[in-house]
Design a protein around this ligand. Sequence first.
Ligand code: GAR
Length: 194
Amino acid sequence: MLKKRIAIFASGSGSNAQKIMEHFKKHPDAEVAIILSNNPNAYVIQRADNFEVPSHVFDRFDFYQTDNIVTLLKKMEIDIIVLAGFLWLIPDNLLKAFPNKIINIHPALLPKYGGKGMYGDRVHNAILANGEAESGITIHFVNEHFDEGEIIYQARFKIEKDDDVEMIKFKGRQLEHLHYPKVVETLLKKMKSF
Ligand code: GAR
């Protein structure tokens, strides 16, 4: 039986992409087929090379004004698209080509602390400034709005009174690394013939 094929979109370091590549490296039923990035200097490209996973860099024109990315992903017979630190809004042609097959991870308990411009340290700074007692991570389906699709999975952690932004980020990242690969696997299992 053919393995299910995962495409990962990432704009930056790619620590989540790394965990997903590790998880599926020797998996009998699924594999990471390609890493895509809008940033040619993103460390995630190096990580892809280390795993001998092909990578593809695209620009704004490619992404928003052409069908090139859809064509590439269809040609590669991709089953699921995983956003891992990818910060551009997903265009309509891609959403329509992969309905309910694009997921994202966000470093907060959505619907709080989401939306345009809410990424990275901005999220954690806002959480700290508001004196929240807890935070967490959200994995959700992607739709035409930032951070608004149906929630698939959330995990939470307590914020201690001495926690700074770095600590909140660390706790969140630990949860992301633990859960994102497993959630991808669960979703793939729900698809036929896994
Ligand atoms: C992750 O913490 C992810 O939740 C966040 O970017 C980071 C990427 O880290 N995504 C967003 O803020 C999306 N709005 P990584 O490149 O090390 O995986």
